[in-house]
Design a protein around this ligand. Structure first.
Ligand SMILES: *[C@@H]1O[C@H](CO)[C@@H](O)[C@H](O)[C@H]1NC(C)=O
Ligand SMILES: *[C@@H]1O[C@H](CO)[C@@H](O)[C@H](O)[C@H]1NC(C)=O
Ligand SMILES: *[C@@H]1O[C@H](CO)[C@@H](O)[C@H](O)[C@H]1NC(C)=O
Ligand SMILES: *[C@@H]1O[C@H](CO)[C@@H](O)[C@H](O)[C@H]1NC(C)=O
Ligand SMILES: *[C@@H]1O[C@H](CO)[C@@H](O)[C@H](O)[C@H]1NC(C)=O
Length: 446
């Protein structure tokens, strides 16, 4: 049934693609004319190819028909923009550029802008991706002080990668659409990123990241299509954005700290998550995360922390505040038994979790208002519940039934009168012994 729907969706999207291809013949003819004119007269059709810092991809010979490979033209325009003071790389509106996996590499002369007003398209056939580079599509590496902005779209055309788990066309590695690696002072604003094969926007080993007013969209049943993924990245602000995908809207992984997320509309998807941390007994450290003033709608989870059994490290000082949830299966979750298959081995040890505040989480849930499953070995401590008002949804997901609040091996305090009232008695008081134990552990590892 689900497979059938996926198939139909793929067929539909591929038809849509053909339709678009037809309609890009006109713009492509226009693009060629534009390109010729770029060389002859330098200021026709509003495109200047004789600017000291403004580099339009059309001036580098891009075909702009959505079919011919424009990757080399993109890289050439990038190299030009990167070399000069205040370089701007222009992806003009009303044009579509087919781009194979590329790396746009720094360091650059100074602040660089990538102005995306048109559409960048990834290869839609899985076979046309090079086997040696499946990790990401557009890789921005070693760049300091960069802005990506505009009214355009980064389209991962991922539907051929989305076969459901267990079917014969699944892939071990699926590309991330736009990835920043070891970069600093990055601003991504206004653009749309859609239909990535896997993660849409990823920041890795980076610092000083701002994401503002972006839209990230993929079907709710597309697997592993996280919206924004942070890893080993600090000093981050993500705001005023709409994210709806088939997996986490936002995912915060190990090595992240000082992250502020606010004014996000999330859904469909799996909510806003920290983790999964500590896979394969790895060390994970995450701290100082604030998620506030956001809406989460029609998702599996709301505010969630997930760790694998057997990990090492510490998650601390995490606040989820003023989150409106609508028809979310489980709005408040800590799961220290995270497992992406049906059964994982029991392991000893766990990433410790402390100082987590769930504040003003209000709205409706369809399965369970709160699910805190903390580790047998190291309990969660200093959990703070306040201002929580959750009612069963009038539109529960098909086949789901409401369960009671659950807090296992979780210590902390709840203020006010929480709704449902079972939450008021959910946490255990105290946990001082555990706090001391965690302090010793965390000093050693994080
Ligand atoms: C291109 O720019 C240079 C320097 O900015 C100028 O000297 C030259 O005349 C311009 N050429 C055209 C064809 O506009
Ligand atoms: C980044 O570039 C902007 C614009 O040129 C400039 O004002 C700012 O100082 C730069 N920041 C850093 C950290 O270099
Ligand atoms: C947000 O992005 C959209 C789409 O690019 C744009 O039209 C709008 O002006 C932006 N809003 C703000 C406040 O910058
Ligand atoms: C906790 O995290 C918040 C948000 O990142 C930060 O502003 C605050 O200073 C942190 N508190 C402590 C005690 O470190
Ligand atoms: C793990 O431990 C739990 C509780 O002690 C037990 O019920 C479960 O069967 C164990 N699972 C495995 C895979 O050993």
């Amino acid at each position: 049934m689900k497979q059938n729907m996926m198939k139909q969706l793929c067929v539909f999207l591929c038809h849509l693609l053909v339709f678009f291809c037809l309609f890009t013949i006109i713009p492509s003819a226009y693009g060629r004319k534009l390109h010729r004119s770029c060389k002859k007269h330098h200021h026709t059709y509003g495109v200047s190819c004789n600017s000291t810092n403004n580099f339009n991809i059309l001036c580098f010979g891009a075909k702009a028909n959505g079919v011919s490979d424009d990757s080399k033209k993109l890289v050439a325009a990038w190299n030009a923009a990167c070399k000069v003071d205040g370089g701007i790389l222009q992806i003009p509106s009303n044009h579509r550029f087919l781009i194979k996996p590329v790396t746009l590499q720094g360091p650059c002369m100074s602040h660089v802008v990538i102005q995306i007003d048109g559409t960048l398209l990834a290869p839609s056939k899985v076979g046309s991706w090079s086997k040696s580079n499946l990790y990401q599509w557009i890789n921005i590496k070693w760049v300091q002080n960069i802005t990506i902005q505009g009214s355009g779209t980064i389209d991962g055309q991922g539907c051929n990668w989305w076969a459901p788990m267990g079917s014969k066309h699944t892939f071990d590695i699926k590309p991330t659409a736009l990835r920043f690696y070891a970069s600093e002072d990055v601003l991504v604003r206004d653009i749309m990123i859609k239909n990535s094969p896997q993660v849409h926007l990823k920041f890795d080993n980076s610092r000083g990241v701002k994401v503002n007013n972006v839209s990230i969209l993929a079907p709710g049943n597309s697997p592993n299509t996280d919206g924004i993924h942070l890893q080993n990245t600090r000093d981050v602000e993500i705001m005023h954005s709409n994210i709806g995908t088939g997996d986490d809207c936002l995912s915060i992984q190990t090595g992240c700290c000082n992250v502020h997320i606010h004014h996000i509309n999330c859904g469909p998807g799996h909510g806003i998550s920290i983790g999964g941390l500590g896979k394969d007994k790895s060390v994970a450290c995450v701290s100082d995360i604030l998620v506030e003033n956001s809406n989460i709608e029609n998702t599996l989870y709301g505010a969630r922390i997930k760790t694998w059994q057997g990990g090492i490290g510490l998650v601390k000082n995490i606040t989820f505040s003023n989150i409106q949830v609508t028809n979310v299966n489980s709005p408040i979750v800590i799961n220290q038994y995270y497992c992406d298959k049906s059964l994982c081995k029991n392991e000893t040890g766990s990433v410790a979790i402390k100082e987590v505040k769930f504040d003003k989480i209000t709205g409706s849930y369809s399965t369970q208002p709160i699910y805190l499953a903390c580790s047998d070995d190291i309990p969660c401590t200093e959990i703070d519940l306040s201002g929580i008002q959750l009612k069963p949804s009038r539109r529960p997901l098909e086949g789901s039934h409401v369960q009671q609040a659950l807090c296992y091996n979780s210590y902390g305090s709840s203020n006010d009168q929480l709704v449902p009232s079972s939450m008021n008695y959910c946490l255990k008081k105290g946990g001082d012994g555990a706090i001391n134990q965690i302090s010793r552990l965390s000093n050693a590892d994080c």
